[in-house]
Write a protein that binds this ligand. Structure first.
Ligand SMILES: *[C@@H]1O[C@H](CO)[C@@H](O)[C@H](O)[C@H]1NC(C)=O
Ligand SMILES: *[C@@H]1O[C@H](CO)[C@@H](O)[C@H](O)[C@H]1NC(C)=O
Ligand SMILES: *[C@@H]1O[C@H](CO)[C@@H](O)[C@H](O)[C@H]1NC(C)=O
Ligand SMILES: *[C@@H]1O[C@H](CO)[C@@H](O)[C@H](O)[C@H]1NC(C)=O
Ligand SMILES: *[C@@H]1O[C@H](CO)[C@@H](O)[C@H](O)[C@H]1NC(C)=O
Length: 661
């Protein structure tokens, strides 16, 4: 009854405004989970993850092991205590389906059933049901993302999930109107996650509830952190935030992971305000973040809070994943994917691809069993800094959050690799790599796309498309490509001519093939203290410091889950002469990359450069001080090799410079 009254009230108040507004459309739409599948090395990478910590933690890890998985008592509601199980659920729904792992698929189904079957009569979901625990909204947001993905994959679940979501939305709406009940400071920064679920309901299952949905979005925005102010240049921190007072008072807004979530807030807001300034501010905020806190690995630095540009400062794994992950209205998506889908600017997807192929794999051991909490651009050891323990590779260094959240990185990169145009008449590949995609475009046009490549470890991509009817296909040409070519149906190679980052490819009914060659030049990026970072195409290159490995802790139940200390076994104190950089490509004779590929000596691409030893002191016991400016060589010049950053676990990624004679 209460629900009924509320609906009437809300629609009475807002129907007039709505008739003129509604939700603004997105530029590009994502495809349902399961339509895009990884192939080749990327499928192998997903299997490495599935055979590693991600695919096994539910069997033994305290926070998510069987009992808690079903009961989820203390780890479900409070953000401080983890929400571990819902974060893992959100990640393992796409991981299980894309890896076609029946044990994981069954487990996620059991969890969905459990939560839906225990929703109480007020609409609340979670372990607070039948307890007196306080009810905060946030812990449900990752659950809703997981549930939405399950509905996309299996439409038979639609009614149950959508009904449960509406019961919860009605309750949340009342709570928000009741002086912002259910909000605490962390929830206040993450309101956009709930807005995305509301927008998914609006786009696909409005069922006459448009007014309720828009009103709930507005309530969330007005009770949450005003991201349009956080991302305003005059308030934005241009240095590490350590001792910096937050001028707006929203201390948690400068937390790295919250910021990754907050980047979605303005495009989400735009959809219900229709205010162009929301999109402009989203774009400005993105640029400010990377200008003042960006890393050559693609990510930005935040050892908890935004950390400036210095190479010894860390980047939290949750952030690597959160900034490339998080949610889209239709499917789960990365923040950058969502920004791209709403705004259409290719700068977002260029960066997501760099994060996925550099920063993400750098944060885990090659077998994906041990992960870091903090990643450093210049990382000369991975050991207990007493305290913190955060740059050890292990099961749960520092906090459990990254243990349960990191598995969403690859699956969500994969599920956002293709989009359709807003009218659903064209398909576009936005992340380059090996994939197979099947969808039906409007005008009843079933289409299959297969991309054969070892990109980013090669410049060549072969694409085969079958379609029932002619249409225009698009493929992203990254901004770093120089003299790229395309050859269609075996024809002569022609220069690519992208428009706003997308190359149009005319596709006829039947089969169309095309080959892309996307070379890039070696580029260097200026970093603090006159140092430089080296790139070619999507990959960032670093000096891989040879290491020893020592087991610090081994899990009693699962011996593969261990904490590892890495120590350097060779000199790393080099300056390089960038004019001597040479790109080296040793394509695998078999055409197949090793498995895993993200570990020392395994990728087929590298660079050589002339280097000389220098004095470069250590700070504390475990990290390199800032790169010395204009250092003198202390010994003979030699040639060193740089390798893809993601494959290095100890490394120098920002080098002092000298001039070779
Ligand atoms: C998933 O595995 C099942 C059982 O092994 C198989 O029948 C099915 O074809 C697989 N699906 C995909 C998409 O690979
Ligand atoms: C709450 O507890 C009562 C009494 O034990 C039980 O009958 C009811 O099913 C529980 N409700 C939910 C939603 O779990
Ligand atoms: C658009 O957003 C800007 C910045 O938040 C605000 O100043 C302005 O009032 C908004 N305009 C409308 C029509 O809401
Ligand atoms: C792409 O196609 C060309 C020409 O058919 C072939 O030589 C090459 O091996 C193919 N590469 C891949 C990665 O499939
Ligand atoms: C690109 O093409 C131009 C003109 O042919 C040539 O001068 C330049 O060296 C090429 N660049 C690369 C990276 O191949």
């Amino acid at each position: 009854m209460a629900r009924f009254v509320l609906l009437l009230t809300v629609s009475g108040l807002f129907s007039q405004a709505l008739s003129q507004t509604g939700l603004a459309p997105k530029q590009y739409l994502s495809l349902p989970l399961g339509s895009i599948r990884p192939t080749g090395w990327l499928f192998d990478q997903l299997m490495v993850q599935t055979n590693g910590l991600a695919g096994h933690e539910h069997e033994f890890y305290d926070y998510v092991s069987e009992t808690d998985w079903m009961g989820g008592p203390s780890y479900y509601s409070s953000l401080e205590e983890g929400t571990a199980i819902v974060l893992l659920f959100n990640a393992m729904v796409p991981n299980g389906i894309l890896a076609n792992n029946s044990a994981i698929i069954e487990r996620t189904q059991e969890f969905l059933d459990y939560v839906l079957d225990h929703q109480d009569s007020t609409g609340w979901m979670g372990p607070e049901v039948n307890t007196t625990k306080p009810r905060y909204l946030w812990g449900r947001y990752p659950f809703m993302f997981g549930a939405i993905q399950m509905v996309e994959y299996n439409p038979d679940l639609t009614d149950r999930v959508v009904d449960a979501l509406y019961k919860f939305v009605n309750l949340a709406n009342q709570m928000l109107h009741n002086n912002g009940e259910g909000i605490e400071p962390w929830t206040q920064t993450r309101w956009e996650d709930f807005v995305m679920t509301l927008q998914w309901l609006y786009d696909f299952h409005p069922n006459g509830n448009e007014a309720l949905l828009i009103d709930t979005m507005e309530q969330l925005k007005y009770t949450g952190v005003p991201w349009e102010e956080v991302f305003e240049a005059q308030y934005f921190p241009t240095t590490a935030t350590d001792d910096l007072p937050n001028p707006l008072g929203y201390v948690l807004s400068w937390h790295g992971v919250n910021m990754a979530e907050g980047l979605k807030a303005l495009p989400a807001t735009y959809r219900f305000t229709h205010n162009q300034s929301d999109l402009d501010r989203a774009s400005e905020g993105w640029d400010l973040l990377f200008q003042y806190h960006g890393r050559p690995s693609g990510i930005y630095a935040a050892d908890e809070y935004l950390a400036g540009l210095e190479a010894a400062r860390g980047t939290e794994l949750c952030l690597v994943v959160a900034s490339i992950v998080v949610v889209d209205c239709l499917s789960q998506a990365q923040t950058g994917s969502y920004l791209y889908q709403v705004i259409g600017d290719p700068k977002y997807v260029d960066r997501v691809e760099r994060i996925a192929y550099n920063a993400l794999p750098a944060e885990l051991t090659g077998d994906f069993w041990s992960r870091q909490y903090l990643q450093q651009q210049n990382q000369i050891a991975a050991k207990n800094m007493t305290p913190p323990y955060s740059n050890v590779f292990g099961l749960e260094p520092n906090y459990p959050c990254c243990t349960v959240n990191h598995p969403q990185g690859w699956p969500k990169f994969i599920t956002n690799a293709f989009v359709t145009t807003a009218d659903q008449s064209s398909l576009a590949q936005v992340y380059l790599g090996p994939f197979q995609t099947q969808t039906t475009l409007t005008t009843e046009n079933p289409v299959t796309v297969t991309v054969n490549t070892i990109y980013p470890f090669s410049d060549l991509l072969n694409t085969t498309i079958t379609a029932a009817k002619a249409f225009t296909y698009y493929v992203r040409i990254p901004s770093w490509v120089v003299n790229g070519t395309i050859s269609i149906n075996g024809g002569e190679a022609a220069a690519v001519s992208p428009n706003n980052g997308l190359q149009a490819v005319p596709v006829e009914a039947g089969t169309t093939t095309f080959t892309l060659n996307l070379p890039a030049e070696i580029t260097t990026e200026s970093r603090p203290h006159g140092s430089i970072a080296v790139h070619r195409g999507p990959l960032h290159y670093a000096f891989d410091i040879p290491r020893t490995s020592k087991v610090l802790i081994q899990n009693a139940e699962q011996p593969d889950a261990k904490d590892l200390e890495f120590d350097a076994t060779a000199a790393w104190e080099y300056a390089i002469d960038p004019s001597t950089l040479k790109f080296v490509n040793n394509p695998p004779a078999s055409g197949t990359l090793p498995s895993p590929v993200y570990d020392s000596g395994l990728p087929p691409l590298s660079m050589t450069v002339t280097a000389c030893p220098i004095n470069w002191p250590v700070a504390g016991s475990t990290f390199a001080s800032a790169p010395p400016t204009n250092p003198a060589c202390t010994g003979a010049q030699k040639t060193i090799t740089l390798t893809p950053y993601g494959a290095t676990k100890l490394r120098i990624g920002e080098f002092p410079v000298f001039t070779a004679k």
